[in-house]
Design a protein around this ligand. Structure first.
Ligand SMILES: Cc1cc2nc3c(=O)[nH]c(=O)nc-3n(C[C@H](O)[C@H](O)[C@H](O)COP(=O)(O)O)c2cc1C
Length: 286
């Protein structure tokens, strides 16, 4: 048996079955129509956010591999309108934790990656070439940067998880984008879309796979249809109530909890003023 066949055999032995992974993912007994599953998809299906880390550091070599994975994501017109700031300094992580509403895992994780929508580089390139860069003043450029940063970050997340590391995204860095920008020395035209804690999961505080909506709610064939949505959401509410109870969390269902996040401007935790912040950070958003 050659080495890669040996690795595949080991993966097959240690990998959960497709049905098991789907059952965890949807929180209800599930059976795959086609039983074939490769290790990459098994890794995706097993994702869970990790918010408890050991103190073991994440090496520079690993960081560089994560960034190579991130740079392998598709990029709109290959403009690569993103950057990432790797933060290890405990004092800086503590300040980021504070900006993110006091999330303990930000101070605890050995590595925090802040993913940046970055149109500043194109601006500098245009100036160097003596060209105008009016196109950067439009909403499209912000979307370019945010989409590119998200795709890159998710590639890094998948790569980290494939190595047995844990990650959690930090959208809460958008509560105070100007403070994050000042902390990281971001130039005009660069905005921290979200952070990501990276570290070795603490085995004493394991994270569970969080079930998702049934496919009937999110998968539309040929044309969008909300028919059957209410039943699907109700079934998911029941699954999530059980999930939260199993995690000793006092949350009832998913829909009420989710709607509370968008009830009014105050529910946005400061992000109701994001368009002003973005303008201050150099995104004209015409
Ligand atoms: C863009 C984005 C921002 C997020 N921000 C936070 C955050 O600030 N704090 C946190 O604990 N989790 C954050 N999360 C993690 C989500 O809460 C989590 O992905 C979701 O509850 C599903 O759980 P799972 O990742 O374990 O499947 C964020 C996730 C995404 C994609």
């Amino acid at each position: 048996m050659d080495f890669s066949a040996f690795v595949r055999t080991l993966q097959a032995i240690f990998m959960k079955s497709y049905d098991d992974l789907l059952t965890e993912r949807y929180g209800t007994a599930a059976k795959a129509a086609d039983a074939s599953l490769d290790a990459a998809v098994a890794g995706l299906l097993g994702h869970r956010s990790v918010r408890a880390f050991t103190q073991e550091p994440v090496g520079e070599d690993v960081l560089e591999q994560l960034v190579a994975a991130a740079q392998s994501a598709s990029s709109s017109s290959n403009l690569q309108t993103w950057s990432v700031v790797a933060v290890r300094d405990p004092a800086r992580r503590a300040r980021l934790a504070e900006y993110a509403g006091g999330q303990r895992h930000v101070a605890e994780a050995p590595l925090v990656l802040v993913w940046i929508a970055d149109i500043s580089r194109l601006g500098r390139m245009a100036r160097a070439l003596g060209e105008t860069c009016e196109g950067l003043d439009y909403l499209e450029s912000l979307l370019l940067g945010v989409i590119d940063a998200a795709l890159a970050a998710q590639n890094a997340a998948v790569a980290a998880e494939a190595r047995g590391l844990g990650i959690v995204y930090l959208g809460a860095l958008r509560n105070q984008p100007e403070k994050v920008a000042a902390e990281l020395g971001l130039p005009h035209g660069a905005f921290g879309v979200f952070g990501m804690c990276v570290g070795h999961p603490d085995p004493a505080r394991p994270a569970a796979v969080k079930p998702r909506l049934p496919q009937s709610v999110v998968l539309h064939r040929e044309q969008y249809s909300a028919r059957g949505e209410a039943e699907g959401v109700a079934a998911y509410d029941a699954i999530m109530t059980r999930f939260y109870t199993s995690q000793a969390m006092n949350v009832q269902g998913w829909s009420g909890h989710s709607v509370a996040r968008i009830r009014d401007a105050r529910s946005l935790n400061g992000r109701d003023r994001l368009s002003q912040s973005l303008k201050a950070l150099g995104f004209a958003i015409k």
